[in-house]
Design a protein around this ligand. Structure first.
Ligand code: GUN
Length: 299
């Protein structure tokens, strides 16, 4: 049961991206810039945002962090995004999801300039993704998963991929990418109202689990040699750990790993890849806006 080491692959990508940033600085006198906006003080979101800002700095990408209070109005958020849209030193804009209640996330996504939409949340870029136009951005978590499949030489063509979850951030774009002409899998999307999910999952060659339910995918729901990509990050109580909790995925790792040909662990699987692809998109964005050669595609 080989484990897919997302941490290791992300470290390779960081070094490749650092190299691209260096080229932009020396060859083109350009410095990619990423603006990260967080609204409110959700502790998990704070951790994610800080990790993004820190990683950008390490790679030589300028990062600009904007912290808006929980009480920020819709207009304040939209005005900040509009300001960032027109700044030359900001190539990528990310507004951490989910925003607090009362803030319309869709309106934020529609306001982000599509050429700076490094999350691929703007409907214009989602449309490009849908029609297979690769001049836009690829969404970070699904694209990171494709990089993992590629770097582990896992065949996808003609395989039955079952995506568990239909979120706009992971499930839907993942299904689009897996069914694209680049990947050529046959895709089934399952969700909370799917009937007979365990029978569908048992037919899968590849399962992408993104439903946010700890240990949801059990050994009896999968066939031998399945590839399990676990996107879940679930906090469960663990009195034995110092923090009092631990993070586990959507798959029952201990038991499923006996049957899987490949599996991503949580943590250390998909998570680090999301940040790596965000950094890649920020560099790509800088190249597009300045009309210079793009970094080579990672997938
Ligand atoms: N919240 C959880 N994942 C993400 C992500 O990839 N981007 C943003 N902006 N928010 C998130």
């Amino acid at each position: 049961m080989p484990i897919i080491d997302g941490k290791k692959i992300s470290i390779q990508l960081f070094s490749e991206i650092r190299h691209e940033v260096e080229i932009l600085k020396t060859r083109d006198n350009l410095n990619p810039g990423l603006a990260v906006v967080i609204i409110g003080d959700d502790p998990a979101s704070q951790i994610y945002v800080n990790a993004k800002v820190k990683r950008a700095k390490e790679l030589g990408i300028n990062s600009f962090k904007y912290e808006l209070p929980e009480t920020a109005s819709q207009d304040e958020v939209l005005n900040l995004v509009r300001e960032l849209n027109v700044r030359n030193d900001v190539n990528g804009i990310l507004v951490q999801s989910p925003p607090p209640p009362g803030i319309d996330e869709q309106l934020i996504n529609e306001t982000i300039d599509p050429s700076k939409d490094v999350d691929c949340f703007n409907p214009y870029n989602v449309g490009k993704l849908t029609i297979g136009d690769e001049t836009g951005f690829l969404p970070c978590t699904p694209a990171g998963i494709l990089v993992l499949l590629k770097r582990y030489d896992i065949p996808t063509e003609g395989k039955h991929a079952v995506v568990l979850g239909r979120s706009n951030i992971v499930g839907k774009p993942m299904a689009l990418l897996l069914s694209s002409k680049r990947v050529n899998s046959t895709v089934t999307i399952c969700h909370s109202r799917t009937v007979g999910l365990d029978k569908i999952s048992a037919e899968a060659d590849i399962i992408v689990a993104a439903i946010g339910k700890p240990n949801f995918v059990s050994a009896d729901m999968v066939k031998n040699n399945v590839v399990i990509i676990d996107v879940g990050i679930n906090r469960v109580s663990a009195p034995e750990s110092k923090k009092g909790y631990k993070l586990i995925g959507d798959a029952d790792f201990e038991n499923v790993c006996e049957k899987a040909s490949f599996i991503t662990p949580v943590p250390g699987g998909v998570g680090p890849m999301t940040i790596a692809m965000l950094m890649y998109n920020s560099v790509k964005s800088c190249c597009i806006q300045n009309d210079v050669e793009l970094p080579k595609s990672l997938i």
